[in-house]
Ligand binder design. Structure first.
Ligand SMILES: [Zn+2]
Ligand SMILES: [Zn+2]
Length: 408
């Protein structure tokens, strides 16, 4: 299908072409904003409502949905429904249509089944590439979206990344997620959740710090319950109010508190771009945090290529790429490298600006990613794209194909 046509179909516009087979139905993926690790962007951006992937008639049965809503809420809904044509009352839905299980949803979609088979094999170059996928409609939807874009790994948020509070995970949420991963053959160690952007585990404000620590604890507990092995977060920022050395200690203390109350999950520090007062742009800062963490078996690093480049690591030539990897090894230790974020950079080398670009379209370019894709030290770990969407549509599928095409 031509790109333009496919894009139109995926973005959900009306398509009157006849569909004879269920598997030909387009899988829509949209999101309202691009993932960006930028502090600046965070404030401007609305609540995250990433790319709902719509599998027609595929809402998985969820016990929690059946619970009656509180009376006041129910009344309001009915009123809205009566006065708003765009929001028809729920009872117009056919009552006979039984909701499908996760397995049935996957089995009804040839594309997903194909990917489930692919996931049984070792990927090219032993590189597990995927996208940061949406949890709109349930955590398990991230697994379905991953398969639909041919991801061999995936990233996700564990709850809305713009709110502190979150609805408790139900047993069904956990069950559906694990069943989707099992059916699609995603190993739980190739899944990389991203911590809420609101957190600042280096904060000098006691209230902010407590909120951040509670949030991280909740999220790591979620990983533990889901069976996910890794959890990535941004170390934090001094916000110009404290010394970096104090910030490093506060971050390490936060991690130690969370590790004490959880088990199994490895917490990853993401390298940052040296933007503003953020901590973690320098490898020495990541190393200093790791030094202060009690349980070294449960701490690691996720290396973001855009952040590294913006922080001044030139990964475009073999020599300079090797220099970065050597510095990583000498300063932090390669054994701590557990995951990669694959992003090109809109900003120039050493610009300190955290602005992601699509693979090959930015300042890093394909030469840099060729080095990444052929580095055996990066085998068998999740490599997650967080690149901008084009006209509200993820470009992940093409980028994954491009990246695998670089494997020699
Ligand atoms: Zn990040
Ligand atoms: Zn990142």
């Amino acid at each position: 299908m031509p790109r333009a046509q496919r894009k139109r179909k995926m973005s959900g516009e009306t398509d009157s072409s006849p569909k004879t087979k269920a598997e030909k139905k387009p899988i829509k993926r949209q999101r309202k904003r691009n993932i960006s690790d930028s502090d600046e962007d965070e404030e401007k951006q609305p609540d995250d409502s990433r790319s709902p992937v719509k599998y027609e008639n595929s809402d998985v049965e969820n016990e929690t949905k059946k619970k009656p809503k509180p009376k006041t809420q129910r009344k309001k809904k009915t009123k809205e429904a009566l006065t708003d044509d765009s929001n028809p009352p729920k009872k117009t839905k056919s009552r006979g249509s039984k909701k499908k299980s996760v397995e049935e949803t996957i089995e009804a979609n040839e594309q997903l089944l194909e990917m489930a088979k692919e996931n049984e094999k070792e990927p090219p170059g032993e590189k597990y590439i995927g996208g940061h996928n949406s949890i709109n409609g349930g955590l398990y939807k991230a697994a379905l979206e991953s398969a639909s874009i041919k991801g061999r790994a995936f990233g996700l948020f564990l709850k809305s990344n713009r709110q502190w509070a979150a609805k408790a995970l139900s047993d069904d949420d956990v069950d559906n997620f694990q069943r989707a991963c099992k059916k699609l053959n995603y190993s739980l160690d190739k899944i990389l959740p991203h911590g809420t952007y609101l957190m600042n585990c280096a904060s000098t404000d006691s209230e902010q710090l407590k909120k951040s620590r509670d949030c991280m604890l909740e999220e790591v507990k979620r990983c533990q319950r889901l069976g996910i092995k890794l959890y990535n977060f941004h170390p934090g920022s001094t916000c110009g109010k404290g010394k970096v050395e104090e910030g490093l200690q506060t971050i390490a203390d936060s991690i130690n508190m969370v590790l004490k109350e959880t088990k199994d999950v490895i917490i990853l520090l993401e390298n940052m771009s040296c933007q503003g007062n953020t901590i973690g742009g320098k490898f020495s800062e990541l190393s200093s945090i790791i030094d202060k963490v009690d349980d070294k078996s449960r701490i690691g690093v996720c290396l973001d290529t855009c952040h590294a480049f913006a922080a001044g690591f030139d990964i475009r030539t073999e020599e300079s790429y090797e220099a970065m990897m050597s510095e990583f090894d000498e300063t932090i230790g390669l054994k701590y490298l557990k995951a990669i974020h694959l992003n090109d950079s809109k900003g120039k080398l050493g610009c300190h600006a955290d602005r992601h670009e699509n693979i090959g379209k930015g300042e890093i370019g394909l030469d840099g990613f060729k080095l990444v894709m052929n580095d055996s030290r990066l085998n068998n770990m999740p490599m997650i794209l967080e690149t901008p969407f084009i006209e509200n549509v993820s470009n992940y599928e093409e980028e994954i194909e491009t990246l695998y095409g670089l494997v020699k």
